[in-house]
Design a protein around this ligand. Structure first.
Ligand code: AMP
Ligand code: ZN
Length: 134
């Protein structure tokens, strides 16, 4: 897709540090890493986000993220792994070609959870549960 940074990376028009590639996917280092080895997994076919692709296509990206997570963990001896996948502006997505962040983690590293933990009321949980299961 024209004007998509990640399509340009796939086309070789923008350089990237590739760490994994198969017929349909690419993984490369994030240039603004949250930790050492922070990588992005993308499909070679342009899809904007989770809502514009099939479950099977999404699952294939997740499978590559698992492969990349193992690669990073094995090489970097990281102590944990966090996977983020943002969708649409309200979901913090900034590059609108779907991608999974695979972030190697270490005890005491600089990342912190993006939400504050607070309990929901029973009423709140029951009402959303009813809505989702009716
Ligand atoms: P998101 O906010 O989930 O859409 O993440 C987009 C990610 O792409 C950010 O973490 C950026 O640092 C990363 N990024 C943007 N441009 C490039 C690039 N040319 N090469 C590698 N990573 C990039
Ligand atoms: Zn694209």
């Amino acid at each position: 897709m024209r004007d998509c940074i990640f399509c340009k990376i796939i086309a070789g028009e923008i350089p990237s540090k590739k760490i994994y590639e198969d017929e349909h996917h690419l993984a490369f280092l994030d240039i603004f890493p949250a930790s050492k080895g922070h990588s992005l997994v993308i499909p070679k076919e342009h899809h904007a986000d989770i809502h514009s692709m099939s479950a099977a296509q999404y699952g294939a990206i997740a499978a590559v993220a698992k492969t990349v997570a193992d690669l990073l963990q094995g090489k970097l001896k990281s102590e944990g792994t966090t996977i983020f996948q943002m969708n649409r502006e309200a979901g913090w997505q900034t590059v609108f070609h779907i991608h999974m962040h695979v972030i190697p983690r270490w005890e005491g590293d600089a990342l912190h959870k993006p939400w504050d933990i607070a309990p929901a009321s029973e009423e709140e949980l029951s009402s959303i549960h009813a809505l989702l299961t009716e």
